[in-house]
Design a binder for this molecule. Sequence first.
Ligand SMILES: C[S@@+](CC[C@H](N)C(=O)[O-])C[C@H]1O[C@@H](n2cnc3c(N)ncnc32)[C@H](O)[C@@H]1O
Length: 238
Amino acid sequence: MKPNQKSGSSKKNQIEKMFDSISIEYDLINSIMTFDSHKRWKKSILEIAKKIQPKNALDIATGTADIALNLGRISNCQVVGVDISEKMLNVGREKISKMRLSNSVRLETGDAENLKFNDNYFDLVTIGFGVRNFQDLEKGLRESFRVLNKEGTLIILETSVPENRIIKLFYSIFTRTYIPIMAWIFSKDKSAYNYLLNSAELFPSGTKFSNILKSVGFADVLIKPKLFGSSTIYVATK
Ligand SMILES: C[S@@+](CC[C@H](N)C(=O)[O-])C[C@H]1O[C@@H](n2cnc3c(N)ncnc32)[C@H](O)[C@@H]1O
């Protein structure tokens, strides 16, 4: 299943099916492809979040709920995770029950571009490796802006392309060799990983993405590149 292919269904529909199809192996492949670094980056989100001391947080495109689970460890913080892929959520639900975090974390089916929450509701919104899959990026970001309270914070973790030319060359060789080989070995759905790779290279990052955040109303966008700029954390305030 490969989003953007010519077919009757929308990109959203194709994305939902694609993540449903890779839900069981998603955590393993994520670890293989990032050399487990994604866990460190998600911990960085937790460290930033702790300083905000949120009472309620929303993790959009929560998938198998890693970020939601981390946030669930902040004392007195209620966390909701939403995603369009029910099968990714089911993997997340198993993790919640294993980690006995069902008092602080709950997962719901939900679309980033049509959130079912009131305006100015959350202290914190997080989105890990989700924005580049949105059908309408600006609509999704405007929804995050709407549900955040006045002093709320948005933290986004997304893949990015290194700016340094030499590192970019190594990055390009790496993504075109190691990742397809790993996808071929470990994944049932090879085309899903081709999509994920290509979309990573095309998605705006760094200052370009920060400008998009500002254009929908966010202020003070901090850009924190990780692993030579192969991923970036953006911290923005409403
Ligand atoms: C690469 S996974 C990221 C999962 C998790 N946040 C993480 O960091 O590992 C992307 C997730 O975004 C979800 N997604 C894509 N478009 C969405 C949308 N419009 N609304 C909610 N979730 C969406 C997919 O179903 C998938 O679970």
